[in-house]
Design a protein around this ligand. Structure first.
Ligand code: NDP
Length: 317
């Protein structure tokens, strides 16, 4: 490498997760568990089998074990019908012991993912995909926002990467990643371009990015020659090839061009788990808070604000 070449800095999701766990989630959780004498509980529902879901669950379990939260995983067989799954969710919507419900995607093809995410009670919707929650994040209101999108923003903020006025290019337009990331970055005053499978040639767009977010699900789609010097790259993709986990970005190819770049594994994944817990704690606190609008808004703002969230006393009477 010549002296003129930029050596990129790793966006280390594990480092972020450790700090966020120690400085934010743990103290916050311990403070309110002392008050409410109850642990927040997450229910994760898995239908059939998927390697991406299994790897996420493993990461989640390891992380949850360090926190004052309860987590139960319900594994349903591949042949579960949509009606059966809806009935299962309905029971959990009414179960007062459960504070958050997460249905792992992808679901088997005979089950409509939108129908399922819309069936989760908004107050327990830690994935932020039920209609009321989508409405809130589309309007830039703080509330339950999809965890992966929150994780992307949290990583950028953790590395103090300026967002305002930057051109962010997002590859992928799903409800779970691409769209909520778009809204979060717009809220931070970035100019946002969203690409998808018909954006051709893709490199024409990616080369314009100051900040590039890849959320596609195609191994090493983003490679040499597709970004400009000094770009910031966050790779959300989780793909498996011959048992190996790969991102959407060829890290080695880009690590001398990007100024910051996140690896897979060890980048967006751990940040997503942190934000899932953050959503669970928010759902739990909103449920237990005195129902004054002022208190509820205080909590929503508190969880949305990564610059001050390290202070644990906010919005607790
Ligand atoms: P989806 O399949 O729902 O969306 C993929 C998006 O990528 C679509 O908008 C699609 O376009 C677009 N796309 C597909 N092929 C191309 C291409 N060749 N060029 C440009 N755009 C393309 O996936 P998700 O959003 O659910 O997940 C994306 C990735 O992120 C996956 O690898 C998933 O495993 C991973 N993931 C990671 C998480 C984490 O914690 N790190 C959490 C959640 C997901 P179109 O709309 O036109 O079809």
């Amino acid at each position: 490498m010549s002296l003129n070449e930029v050596k990129s800095k790793k966006i280390d999701g594990r480092l972020f997760a450790q700090e966020y766990l120690d400085k934010v989630l743990k103290p916050r959780c311990e403070t309110f568990v002392d008050i409410y004498k109850k642990l927040p509980k997450l229910s994760t529902i898995l239908v059939g089998e998927s390697p991406a879901s299994e790897s996420y669950l493993k990461l989640k379990d390891k992380f949850f074990a360090k926190l004052c939260v309860e987590s139960e995983v319900f594994r349903l067989p591949e042949e579960t019908t949509e009606e059966e799954l809806l009935a299962f969710i309905d029971k959990q919507n009414h179960d007062n012991q459960i504070d958050g419900i997460l249905v792992q995607v992808p679901l088997p093809s005979h089950i409509n993912e939108d129908t399922i995410s819309e069936s989760i009670a908004p107050s327990k919707d830690v994935e932020g995909l039920s209609p009321g929650n989508v409405h809130a994040w589309a309007k830039a209101l703080p509330n339950l926002v999809p965890a992966t999108a929150l994780g992307v923003l949290a990583l950028l903020k953790f590395y103090k990467i300026p967002i305002e006025g930057k051109h962010a290019v997002i590859v992928g337009r799903s409800m779970i990643v691409g769209k909520p990331v778009t809204h979060l970055l717009l809220k931070e005053n970035a100019t946002v371009t969203v690409c998808h499978s018909r954006s051709k040639p893709l490199e024409e767009y990616t080369k314009q990015a100051d900040i590039l977010i890849a959320a596609v699900g195609r191994p090493h789609l983003i490679k040499k020659g597709m970004i400009k010097d000094g770009a910031i790259v966050v790779d959300v993709g989780i793909n498996f090839e011959n048992g190996k986990m790969l991102g959407d970005v060829d890290y080695d190819d880009l690590s001398e061009t990007a100024s910051y770049i996140s690896p897979v594994p060890g980048g967006s994944g751990p940040a997503t788990v942190c934000m899932l817990v953050s959503n669970l704690l928010l759902a739990f606190e909103l449920k237990h808070a005195k129902k004054s609008e002022e208190k509820l808004n205080c909590l929503r703002d508190y969880y949305a604000n990564y610059d001050t969230i390290g202070e644990t006393g906010f919005c607790i009477e």
